[in-house]
Design a protein around this ligand. Structure first.
Ligand code: G6P
Length: 634
């Protein structure tokens, strides 16, 4: 939610800020702005709408300032209008602030500042911050308080102590043009270290072209960036010693590389994501016939996490929640371990009863979803002082192991998917599924619920998956692109699946609605007759996942029930299912695959179909309206 950038150094700030915002646009894109100090005054440019509007405005001006801040917004308080866009300034234009998060007590602070004569020009919560700082900032000629590195630092520090909520922010002042202040309290922000230049950004994606030396601020930390270096303090004003680390990212990973949209690029990256995961987590020494003491899967999780395990509890949101539903199926079926999946946003305020010997798993592609992090914190906290059987054991499943998630959980399973930029999750979903397969096999091996032969069969099946995904991309992408034409005016879709493919029906529906804005629902196929069937007529399309396996016949019967009500039917079926045309009007065929592994393939044509319907409708596939990739507010 919202992207922040900041720069101080030797180059002209404007272009670095705009380019940084472009790389953060996936976090929010309803309005944007930048602020720099020009001739001793704050100079700000703001614009409603997507970033190119801001760029058009900014390019008309020559701004030579070498420090500045920028923001791309996902509205919380106040409509997406220019006057609500960040940066926000104090009444005398001495301070500019960009903020990501929510200031919960802003009304109260606003009243206090108003009673002192301050005026507010926006409906945002953020606008109180520059005014609070200005109120506490001495005039440039007053005596300096030597306890603090600068008067601006002191005013910022005193102001943030008055704020309730979760936030990350960057601040500049016309009185102190050689300082950039950066604050973190429960919302992500990372610092970048260059040669005589320093950066801050909500995500490392914005920094990758400039530096690979980075440091994530932690909650309750404030950084003072000057052209000479970076100082980090806690909220009590004590200086902290922190060591940046090197990021091993290829700048190309955040480029479109010739694809029209990031989403399509990320769909095409899926075979290599699966290969990377296999390479990383399948133990090369594993041989079911020779060495029975060698674990087939190498997740490197500490043994305490597994000890006397009785239950697993998974917390996630959105697409990660769908991956977790597949995870539950696998953990229960392969490792015979009772597993619960909860919406993180619900768990925080209505946690399930505390259970003994429970492993809690947080699943999040961004590693920053506020609800998921808060739910994990809740779980950790409530188990803190309990008897050892209730002690928390937390793991995180993510493709972003460097994010806040890692600071909360005991260990991370890195899904090896790398950064994903398209707002609609694709490759990260597939990678999360893989993490669950591996965890379930690992637990199945340890708990002896799976034989060596069974494990080998699953692994053999897995090894064939990258080529099978490639085959779908090669033989079906074009065909699905043409098929998408028929659905451009569609109003309602119902996706149905059974067993392990029920969550894929949910995910198929979510993909379609989030990027094409067509109404779509996902249901367990057997539930169609308990309500949704009333909606069916010739204008409704039913997408049925009907893969060979034990639920195939039932899936076909459910599809026939929909056909009898005149619904238009699309079937996700095996290429060798010669009877499929008897039931379905259109087919999304995929290579033959064992039912247990089928979600790894059934989701692919659904991603492609959603992509092409949305692209043909002329919509912004990578940045669908009202959504954001990283939801850092609750
Ligand atoms: C947002 C994104 C979704 C994502 C969800 C959970 O709503 O638009 O694509 O599934 O957040 O995100 P997470 O990063 O926790 O997986």
């Amino acid at each position: 939610m919202c992207g922040i950038v900041g720069y101080i150094g030797t180059q002209t700030a404007k272009e670095i800020l705009l380019a940084g915002l472009e790389r953060l646009e996936y976090r929010g894109y309803d309005s944007a702005g930048i602020a720099t100090v020009v001739d001793g005054k704050i100079h700000s440019i703001r614009s409603k709408g997507k970033l190119h509007k801001l760029r058009e405005k900014a390019e008309k001006e020559l701004i030579l300032s070498k420090a500045g801040i920028g923001h791309t917004r996902w509205a919380t308080h106040g409509k997406p209008e220019e006057h609500n866009a960040h940066p926000h300034m104090d009444n005398n234009n001495r301070i500019a602030v960009v903020q990501n998060g929510i200031i919960e007590n802003y009304q109260n602070l606003k009243e206090k500042l108003s009673s002192k004569g301050y005026q507010f020009l926006s409906e945002t919560d953020t606008e109180v911050i520059p005014n609070l700082i200005a109120d506490l900032l001495p005039s440039p000629n007053s005596d300096t308080d030597l306890i603090y590195p600068s008067p601006l630092f002191k005013a910022v520090l005193e102001s943030i102590k008055l704020l309730d909520g979760a936030f990350a922010m960057a601040i500049i002042s016309s009185d102190y043009p050689d300082e950039l202040m950066v604050v973190r309290q429960q919302a992500p922000i990372v610092l970048g270290f260059g040669q005589g230049e320093f950066f801050c950004a909500s995500d490392v994606t914005a920094l990758v072209p400039y530096t690979s030396t980075v440091l994530s601020l932690e909650n309750g930390e404030i950084a003072r960036l000057t052209p000479l270096g970076v100082e980090i303090y806690d909220f009590s004003g004590h200086r902290l010693k922190k060591i940046p680390h090197l990021l091993d990212w290829n700048p190309m990973s955040v480029e479109k590389q010739g694809f029209r949209h990031y989403m399509l690029k990320e769909i095409y990256e899926q075979p290599s994501v699966v290969r990377n995961c296999l390479e990383k987590y399948i133990n090369k020494d594993w041989n079911p016939n020779k060495n029975l003491n060698c674990n087939p899967i190498n997740l490197n999780l500490s043994p305490e996490l597994y000890e006397n395990l009785e239950q697993i509890n998974i917390l996630a949101c959105g697409t990660s929640w769908h991956a977790s539903l597949v995870g539950r199926y696998l953990l229960e079926k392969l490792a015979n371990i009772p597993t619960r999946v909860q919406y993180a946003s619900e768990f925080r305020y209505a946690p399930s009863p505390i259970t003994a010997n429970t492993l809690t798993i947080g699943v999040t592609q961004s590693g920053e979803t506020a609800d998921t992090l808060a739910a994990l914190e809740t779980e950790k906290q409530r188990r803190k002082d309990t008897n050892s059987i209730y002690k928390s054991r937390l793991i995180g499943i993510t493709n972003r192991p460097e994010t806040t998630l890692a600071t909360i959980v005991d260990q991370i399973i890195d899904t090896q998917a790398g950064i994903e930029i398209g707002v609609a999750a694709t490759k990260t979903f597939l990678a999360q599924l893989m993490a669950f397969y591996f965890l379930a096999i690992d637990l199945g091996y340890r708990r002896q619920t799976l034989s060596g032969g069974e494990i080998q069969l699953i692994i053999d099946g897995f090894r064939q998956l990258p080529e099978k995904i490639e085959e779908i991309l090669k033989t079906q992408e074009r065909r699905i692109q043409e098929l998408a034409h028929n659905y451009l005016e569609a109003k309602d879709f119902i996706f149905v699946g059974r067993g392990i493919n029920f969550p894929i029906a949910l995910e198929g529906a979510l993909k379609l609605k989030e990027i094409s804005y067509i109404h779509a629902e996902g249901y367990p196929a057997g539930e169609l007759k308990h309500g949704p069937i009333a909606l069916l007529d010739s204008k409704v399309t039913v997408v049925s996942i009907a893969m060979a396996g034990k639920v195939y016949d039932k899936a076909i019967s459910n599809a026939q029930e929909a056909k009898a009500r005149d619904a238009h039917l699309i079937g996700v079926v095996s290429t060798n299912d010669t009877n499929a045309t008897l039931t379905f009007d259109d087919l999304l065929p995929i290579p033959e695959v064992d039912e247990l592994l089928s979600p790894m393939l059934t989701v692919i044509p659904l991603q492609i179909l959603s992509y092409h319907i949305a692209a043909k409708r002329g919509l912004d596939v990578d940045q669908p309206r009202n959504l954001a990739k990283s939801v850092t507010v609750e």
